[in-house]
Design a protein around this ligand. Structure first.
Ligand code: NAD
Length: 257
């Protein structure tokens, strides 16, 4: 039985493509500035809305009647300049949280990133504890730390539940040896987001979204304990097939874009 309506923003994007098959148990509202589905006829229980979420009136309209917002829409480029990040990664989060609060949405799940904590890994301080203060390795990571902070404000000030998921690299397989510790297998992504939707009694939480990688740099123990995340993927199985480049997917020292 379909009990919840889940709004997925950024529904035409790469993460959404991997995530969507995992949301088949929900009524889905898919939102993007471009058409998210190739088919003229959307699947059953799927409502597609095309528009710019930076437009407050549009954001207000699409959150109506929704149980959970899974907010993916953003600029996902770690190399992006502040000018390219400000609207999609800062203003948009504020607009979505405000619209969700006004519409009495139960929970907002924010797509954060391991880049919010990448400074630790780059300085060989790992496994990274999710409760350490943010240490972004780039302006992009700093926008994600801001989103987590603003989400926390809404959870404290209102009844809105906010769950922040610091996704690692969502890919069918890691692209190089250096990205093995932060790999998030698509099946684990789907499981993690469903756990984030379903977990009871979470007012606010920040969780690392990586698979059960043998190369352990990200502590997922609070995700396991609080929302029942039980990842099964391990990037080690791809080791012999990967580009041997050991450079991590996080950002090195140097001028900030
Ligand atoms: N791809 C990854 O491995 C990864 C890793 C960590 C975090 N993330 C985060 O996950 C989220 C999704 O990333 P992605 O790789 O799918 O990015 P993507 O660029 O492939 O998709 C983002 C989507 O958001 C849409 N969008 C952007 N601004 C919009 C607006 N104003 N209104 C409506 N739609 C808008 C775009 O059209 C695009 O389809 C982002 O928040 C990103 O920071 C991704």
């Amino acid at each position: 039985m379909i009990e919840r309506t889940v709004l997925l923003t950024g529904a035409a994007g790469q993460v959404a493509r991997h995530l969507l098959p995992g949301l088949s148990g929900y009524a889905r509202r898919l939102v993007d500035v471009v058409q998210p589905l190739p088919a003229a006829d959307p699947p059953e229980h799927t409502d597609v809305r095309v528009g710019d979420l930076a437009d407050r009136a549009f954001a207000t309209e699409v959150v109506q009647g929704v149980d959970t917002v899974v907010h993916l829409a953003a600029n996902p480029r770690a190399q992006a300049s502040w000018d390219a990040l400000r609207t999609p990664n800062v203003d948009l989060v504020a607009t979505i949280l405000d619209a969700a609060q006004r519409a009495d949405v139960r929970r907002v799940i924010l797509a954060s990133s391991v880049h919010a904590m990448g400074g630790y890994v780059q300085q060989e301080q790992h496994p990274v504890d999710p409760f350490w203060p943010p240490s972004p390795c780039c302006a992009y990571g700093a926008t994600k730390a801001f989103a987590e902070a603003l989400g926390r404000t809404y959870s404290y000030r209102t009844g809105l539940s906010v769950v922040c998921l610091r996704f690692g690299a969502v890919q069918d397989r890691p692209f190089a040896v250096g990205s093995m510790p932060s790999w998030l297998a698509p099946a684990d992504l789907r499981h993690l987001v469903v756990r984030a939707i379903e977990a009871a009694d979470v007012r606010f939480g920040v969780y690392h979204g990586v698979s059960a990688n043998t190369r352990h740099e990200w502590d997922t123990s609070n995700a396991r304990a609080e929302i029942g995340y039980a990842p099964t993927g391990d990037s080690e199985v791809f080791f012999t097939e990967l580009d041997p480049n050991p450079r991590r997917s996080l950002c090195p020292r140097g001028p900030v874009a």
